[in-house]
Design a protein around this ligand. Structure first.
Ligand code: ATP
Ligand code: MG
Length: 626
């Protein structure tokens, strides 16, 4: 037999779902803490996207706009054990107060616990579970099993008041990997890959064996459609295991419930922080959050306006790769190549299209489908060598200066806050925009500055060191702005926000936690932060000035009182009269002191502006170039 023939026996198609099952770290499920957060995040991103899309349509049709209202509830459902016999792990058991579930050979079954006992039967195994004096006993086919405790099981529920999902689309949306509405859309969305919610469903299925429960109502229906959906991993196809109808508290919307193995932690990488940060960058959304401890936090919207609507744009030649360009030509409904170039691409005028084709000797009347790879390549190269206008930037929807500042004020009541929005820029032909903000003091009581990273209004909590946002933040010399620094991080009770808004955020991988480092992106971030630092250093100078001022004035008052007392004893005169005289005398002196302090502080303002000038000369403001 041919060796190739023998090897061919093992060659077969790999289902995308099977691939991601094995490579779950790529999707952000590499540890239990991150997994819990990723599942919530995928559902919340989708809810916010859907609500906004509905709002934009309502806006266009002159209807009243519904603003997003998202309820996130995360509950610990049960303890979670691996069941082991002498040799190996045989099953998984999820145990709550009243119910026990067993996941065995890919199948799962649940039973109520009655009198501390329950029995679960599969074709080839019977599990007898009993509880007494907090001791759990599991016997499988007569054999006593050992129990190993895993991370607990959580029920995640995310509900929105968005448009809802057409019932016939629910199975694919939740049960078919790489199915979505945003992959081809050249406009800013939170979702972009068509992987997000399916990966959460897949993770839930793998860790608890439970399907996703989806309840979705469209406006014309009286009741919401309920479906329990799971993924057929080998086929990457959805399977609906239960269907029904339910009431829904809004005119329309979607609620997703997932049971997953996870770990709830607090702190900077925890769920509570993720929700808080989500509310900071979505000032138009009401977010109701109930955490696993049963604590309810309501983040009330502070803006009654939808963010600016992002408008879909066409691909710009500078960001196109040959394969995609060929596909555009193949699918074009234009009759000639010249009109395909003009109408399918951004910033290619009729004139540019004609000139380019002429210079390459290509007949402008050729059908776009008849352009071969060599011709396509030469057209693309020619277009890319031209100084075309930048792509339109109305595909972007930044949070805005007011939104960022108001959110930070609501959350931290800072002494100082400043936000700024840079002009849109372009990486690889793809528009993006950087927004930054800084807040100082108030409820912020950290010793070191905290950096909050966001991409398309999604908080990024993991993979910080490999993210361009962190790297740019750390590349700034904060000492030039009068700040002390430890390990490159400025010291003080400060929060910095960096937000990148883009049609296609260049994430380093599918888990969407870190942004790739393009020079033009890092340059924009640095310039934005530097501008904020100038405002911050003026504030800090003033703050410093006030402290100094109060200290010096305080000295006069203190010594005045003491002097009046001593003199009254010495010369036997009424203390209050002496005090009055001293006060009159000191008032004149104070004016001189105030003048002196003012002068010395003005001097420090001069010094700080000199530093800025030096920075500019020394190239800190220089651009890196792309
Ligand atoms: N709550 C929802 N309301 C309405 N439509 C939804 C909702 N959730 C998901 N969808 C639809 O399901 C599609 C698939 O969602 P999914 O999260 O898997 O991918 P995505 O959001 O397009 O991209 P990404 O992988 O980056 O998250 C979405 O594109 C959207 O059309
Ligand atoms: Mg999504």
């Amino acid at each position: 037999m041919e060796i190739a023939e023998e090897l061919a026996r093992n060659q077969k198609e790999i289902s995308v779902t099977e691939f991601f099952e094995k490579n779950r770290h790529l999707l952000g499920f590499d540890n239990k803490q991150k997994a819990l957060l990723t599942c919530v995040k995928e559902a919340v991103d989708n809810s916010l996207d859907a609500c906004e899309e509905m709002g934009y349509i309502q806006q266009k049709n002159g209807m009243q706009v519904t603003l997003p209202e998202i309820t996130v509830e995360v509950k610990q459902l049960s303890e979670n054990y691996q069941l082991l016999n002498e040799k190996q792990n045989v099953a998984q058991m999820m145990l709550s107060k009243h119910e026990v579930s067993i996941l065995y050979k890919g199948r799962s079954d649940s039973k109520q616990i009655r009198g501390g006992k329950a029995t679960i039967k599969f074709d080839d195994a019977i599990f007898d579970i009993s509880e007494s004096n907090d001791k759990i006993n599991v016997v499988m086919n007569g054999e006593q099993l050992k129990l190993k405790k895993n991370s607990p099981i959580f029920l995640i529920s995310v509900m929105d008041n968005g448009p809802g999902i057409m019932p016939d689309k629910i199975p694919n949306i939740f049960g078919k990997m790489l199915y979505g509405s945003k992959f081809q859309a050249m406009k800013q969305n939170r979702g972009q890959q068509g992987i997000g919610i399916h990966s959460a469903v897949l993770y839930s299925q793998l860790t608890t064996g439970k399907p996703a429960k989806v309840v979705s109502k469209i406006e014309s229906q009286k009741k919401a459609k309920m479906m329990k959906v799971q993924i057929n991993i080998m086929k990457n196809e959805p399977e609906v295991v239960e269907e029904g109808e339910e009431d829904y508290p809004y005119k329309s919307g979607t609620k997703v419930e997932l049971e997953i193995e996870g770990l709830y932690v607090t702190g900077s990488k925890g769920l509570d922080e993720y929700i808080k940060r989500t509310s900071i960058v979505n000032p138009h959304a009401n977010i109701i959050y109930i955490n696993p401890n049963g604590e309810k936090v309501v983040y009330k919207r502070i803006s009654n306006q939808l963010p600016k609507e992002p408008i879909a744009i066409k691909p710009h030649p500078h960001g196109l790769e040959i394969g995609i360009f060929m596909r555009i030509l193949k699918n074009s409904s234009e009759r000639t190549i010249v009109s395909a170039l003009e109408n399918e691409l951004s910033r290619v005028s009729r004139n540019i299209a004609e000139q380019t084709l002429k210079s390459l000797g290509i007949d402008p009347k050729t059908k776009p489908q008849d352009i071969d790879r060599v011709q396509a390549n030469s057209i693309l190269k020619a277009l890319q060598s031209l100084e075309l206008m930048r792509p339109q930037t109305d595909c972007l929807s930044p949070i805005g200066k007011d939104g960022l500042e108001s959110s930070l004020k609501r959350e931290y009541s800072p002494e100082f806050v400043s936000a700024l929005v840079r002009k849109p820029e372009v990486y690889r032909g793809i528009p993006f925009q950087i927004e930054t903000a800084v807040a100082y003091g108030g409820k912020i009581q950290t010793e070191k500055a905290i950096l909050m990273r966001f991409a398309n209004k999604i908080p990024l909590l993991f993979d910080s060191s490999s993210c361009a946002l962190t790297q740019s933040f750390l590349s700034i010399d904060y000492t030039r702005y009068g700040l002390k620094v430890e390990n490159k991080v400025p010291l003080g009770p400060m929060i910095f926000i960096i937000h990148i808004a883009s049609v296609w955020v260049p994430y380093t991988n599918e888990s969407k936690n870190a942004v790739a480092s393009y020079p033009v992106i890092t340059k924009e971030i640095k310039l934005a932060i530097q501008e904020l630092l100038r405002n911050l250093s003026i504030f800090l100078n003033r703050k410093h000035r006030n402290i100094l001022f109060q200290e010096r004035i305080g000295l006069f008052d203190k010594y005045g009182i003491e002097l009046a007392y001593s003199l009254s004893k010495l010369i036997d005169m009424d203390e209050s009269k002496i005090k009055k005289k001293i006060e009159e005398l000191l008032k004149k002196k104070k004016e001189t002191v105030i003048k002196n302090v003012e002068e010395s502080l003005n001097q420090s303002d001069v010094i700080s502006s000199k530093i800025e000038a030096d920075n500019a000369v020394n190239g800190e403001n220089e651009t890196d170039g792309e």
